[in-house]
Design a protein around this ligand. Structure first.
Ligand SMILES: [Zn+2]
Length: 315
């Protein structure tokens, strides 16, 4: 029997869990759906990630408002993917911050990515007509961007760690609490999406850079919050292992089809039951095959190309 396209048949609501990681530091996880967070400053809020639509974002904000009524000054977006950014208008933030490359990627491929992700994961797009258009950052940076949280709360440091899940991922780091929001650069008990990735950089220098912060709590892009040094190390190691196995298996294959079969066989025992594993793998292998054969930047995913790759590999 043919597998349903991507996550188009995944319509079951996920349970959301609001967690207070430290005083004034919040994470909302959702059994493998995209995670979001917020950090309280002395007299404002920094929100991390925006979900796929304003309606979805407003449900998160309603839960956050049970804890704090401070105004949202910053909305930080870890990268350009639609399910992370298109809910931005609900926040009414003064400043929307991304990496420089994320702004370029939104201009280059934001429209196509929106159509692609909507078809792949329709459940995440709650009331899609509430999206007013593409989300544009109002502040960008290349290396680091520091937000003074005021009082004795310390800084929130946004940092670029190198090419990884996309060309322009950032992490948000709270040195005083040793808490990191890692976006999709790290997944904890959730499969990786690597369809726009730079596998070789990500699996080596970029994850080394992420690990070098020495976080003691880490909120990845999807999946549970990683707690303690051992939990954080395990999440980073899982992410690296997924990439390393993909590189090894696809590197030994003679065709993209064989690369898919080899990576599927090698990854399935450990990761097959994790959220979006079957959904992601054809797109992942397609991009990795390109990367291994000299295609420097990820090709743009369109709804049409998504179907072609799916039919070629996952049928
Ligand atoms: Zn992503």
């Amino acid at each position: 029997m043919a597998k349903p396209f991507a996550s188009s048949a995944d319509l079951g609501e996920k349970k959301q869990s609001m967690e207070v990681l430290a005083e004034g530091v919040y994470a909302l996880t959702a059994e493998g759906d995209p995670n979001v967070g917020a950090i309280e400053a002395e007299d404002f809020l920094v929100c991390f990630e925006a979900l796929a639509t304003p309606v979805a974002a407003r449900e998160w904000l309603a839960r956050l408002r049970e804890h704090t009524d401070k105004p949202i000054r910053y909305l930080v977006l870890s990268h350009y993917h639609a399910v992370r950014v298109l809910g931005a208008s609900a926040f009414g933030a003064d400043v929307i911050v991304t990496h420089d490359k994320t702004r370029e990627l939104i201009a280059e491929r934001g429209e196509q990515d929106w159509a692609s992700e909507y078809a792949r994961m329709p459940r995440l797009f709650k009331e899609p007509e509430s999206i007013p258009g593409l989300t544009w950052p109002t502040a960008t940076f290349s290396d680091t961007f520091t937000i003074d949280l005021g009082g004795d709360r310390g800084d929130l440091v946004l940092a670029y760690c190198g090419r990884g899940h996309t060309e322009g991922d950032l992490v948000a780091w709270l040195p005083k609490r040793r808490i990191m929001f890692a976006g999709d650069l790290v997944e904890s008990q959730a499969a990786l999406y690597t369809g726009d990735a730079f596998h070789r950089d990500w699996s080596a220098a970029t994850l080394d850079q992420v690990a070098s912060f020495g976080a003691e709590t880490l909120v990845g892009g999807r999946g549970a919050v990683a707690r303690g040094r051992r939990g954080v190390d395990a999440a980073i190691a899982q992410t690296r292992d997924f990439l390393t196995v993909m590189l090894r298996e696809a590197g030994a294959a003679g065709s993209v089809r064989e690369a898919f079969e080899r990576t599927h066989r090698a990854l399935e025992p450990r990761y097959g039951s994790w959220p979006i594993f079957e959904h992601c793998l054809p797109f992942n292998v397609s991009r990795l095959w390109d990367e291994l054969h000299g295609v420097e930047r990820p090709r743009i995913w369109t709804a049409e190309r998504d179907r072609e790759v799916w039919d070629q590999l996952q049928s």
